[in-house]
Design a protein around this ligand. Structure first.
Ligand code: KIV
Ligand code: ZN
Length: 515
């Protein structure tokens, strides 16, 4: 039976970035976009061009770097947004403008303060303006799953007539339920006279843990585009996870009438990259990309898998890229080999100094650790100096004492605004002591919201990657640190978070502004 194509629209760089603390630099966005392109994602939503000059430059950089996927920018249904999106996308081989306006009674009344007829007019105008710039225009009915059916029919028919080629009906607040959400699509597609002129799309948030189920139900009811993110990253409880959608469709070919073009062996490396860059760790029992997703702990399971793999495994670990982290380099590798491998990973260096710094870090790491994997290289370019964050606090030296029967203590030399300062403290453990010592100097009064440690690769000489999330006056930042010594990694992560708190304040999100 021939299958329909399911378009995979990745919004890690836009909706994913809206997770508190997950902001990415332009270079990091390009690295992720190159991985998504390699994975054969159909559409990459690179950002929200009007949100800030940084967002604009990032969309532009992704548009220029990606050749085989369509690059998209989000835009509210206002002229300035659409023009800015079009400008940012000029260099793209294939571009899409994604414009949206809220259509639910509650959003129109309280957020937009607009009557439905005015919303309809605005939507038509926005789609026409976008069509003047590109033939590929997506229109989203924000909070669609809570919108009135008749009104949705009117607006969708009109925007398709105006030139929209994709119609997205998001479950913005994660309220949808699979049977109801799927039935809504079937009814819309059967009712709207020109529905066959556009692709219908789903975009689900995970507030009730139903984002993937809702997306797949939509697919069973005629939807042919799924909007999703790597690791399910996204606002609040996140978006539908790309890896789960893709693997469900592929594993249950007998059920789903669609196929994707995704090269699944790039899934795990991309998941690792997104987690390293954003500082959002992947929980061990997360489907597909969690460390335990293919681990068979119980004796009965292990026995079954050894006798015949399919007894307990419905997918092959290697099909999604587990074990793909080949040893690439070691302490004898030269600068040219290191540079070439970085380039293969989508990392380019602005100048010779940046390459020299990365190479020095590589050598330092290779002295501590024999085998350097791709994941290790990613950590080298994810540290705060590599992210171009102004470094008020720098680690000069540290000594931590942890002995059974004694209170752990830390003595840390920091460079604060170019002056050396020594801080000492005791704590419940070595990390606690180190953080108390740093805090005695920084006096940040921030709230530690998350402290998490992950092994980057396997083996006891693996680097530990620590994420620290700090909150101060509503501003949330994620610091990441990696080292073969997890106390050192913890200190690096804490200092990076403190440096981020000192940086210019977080971006506003126009999606939440009342337009
Ligand atoms: O969740 C949402 O409604 C969105 C739209 C802008 C597509 O992110
Ligand atoms: Zn969303």
């Amino acid at each position: 039976m021939s299958k329909d194509k399911l378009v995979i629209f990745d919004t890690t760089l836009r909706d994913g970035e809206q997770s508190p603390g997950a902001s990415m630099t332009q270079a990091e966005k390009v690295r992720i976009a190159k991985m998504l392109e390699k994975m054969r994602v159909d559409v990459i939503e690179a950002g929200f061009a009007i949100a800030s000059p940084g967002d604009f430059e990032a969309v532009k950089a992704v548009a220029n770097a990606v050749k085989n996927s369509t690059v998209c920018s989000l835009a509210r249904a206002v002229d300035a947004d659409i023009d800015r999106a079009a400008e940012a996308l000029k260099g793209a081989a294939s571009s899409r403008i994604h414009t949206f306006i809220a259509t639910s009674p509650i959003h129109m009344k309280y957020k937009l303060r607009m009557e439905p007829d005015a919303v309809l007019e605005r939507a038509i105008h926005a789609v026409k303006r976008a069509r003047n710039n590109t033939a590929d225009v997506e229109f989203s009915l924000e909070d669609g799953s809570r919108s009135d059916f008749e009104f949705m029919c009117r607006i969708i028919e009109s925007v398709i007539d105006a030139g929209a080629t994709t119609i997205n009906i998001p479950d913005t607040v994660g309220y949808g339920e699979p049977a109801e959400y799927g039935a809504m699509f079937r009814r819309l597609i059967e009712t709207i006279p020109n529905a066959d002129k556009a692709i219908f799309s789903t975009h689900c948030h995970n507030d009730l843990g139903l984002a993937v189920a809702n997306s797949l139900s939509a697919v069973m009811n005629g939807v042919r585009q799924v909007e999703c993110t790597i690791n399910g990253l996204g606002e609040r409880a996140g978006n539908a996870a790309l890896e789960e959608i893709v693997m469900a469709v592929r594993t249950r070919k007998d059920v789903f009438p669609v196929e994707t073009g995704i090269q699944t062996e790039h899934i795990v490396p991309t998941s690792r990259l997104v987690s390293t860059i954003t500082g959002f760790p992947v929980q061990p029992n997360k489907a597909i990309v969690g460390a335990n997703a293919f681990a068979h702990e119980s004796g009965i399971h292990q026995d079954g898998v050894l006798k015949h793999r399919e007894t307990y495994e419905i997918m092959k670990a290697e099909d999604v890229g587990w074990n793909a982290n080949r040893i690439v380099l070691g302490k004898h590798s030269g600068r040219a080999a290191v540079k070439a491998r970085f380039e293969e990973l989508g990392v380019s260096f602005e100048n010779q100094d940046a390459l020299n710094l990365a190479f020095a870090r590589f050598k330092e790491l290779a002295d501590k650790k024999h085998e350097i994997f791709d994941e290790d290289l990613h950590t080298i370019v994810s540290s705060s100096s590599a992210k171009n964050i102004a470094e008020k606090y720098l680690l000069v030296d540290m000594e931590v004492c942890s002995k059974t029967g004694q209170k752990p203590s830390a003595s840390i030399t920091l460079q604060v605004d170019n002056k050396d300062v020594i801080a000492q403290a005791e704590g419940g453990g070595p990390v606690d002591a180190a953080y108390k010592a740093i805090e005695s100097v920084a006096k940040s009064e921030s709230d530690l919201q998350l402290y998490s440690v992950n092994a980057i690769t396997q083996g006891t000489d693996s680097q530990g990657e620590v994420t620290v999330r700090l909150e101060k006056n509503g501003q949330i930042v994620n610091g990441i640190g990696s080292d073969t010594d997890i106390v050192v990694a913890s200190v690096k992560a804490y200092l990076m978070a403190l440096n981020l708190l000192e940086s210019p304040s977080i971006k506003s999100h126009p999606q939440r502004d009342g337009v």
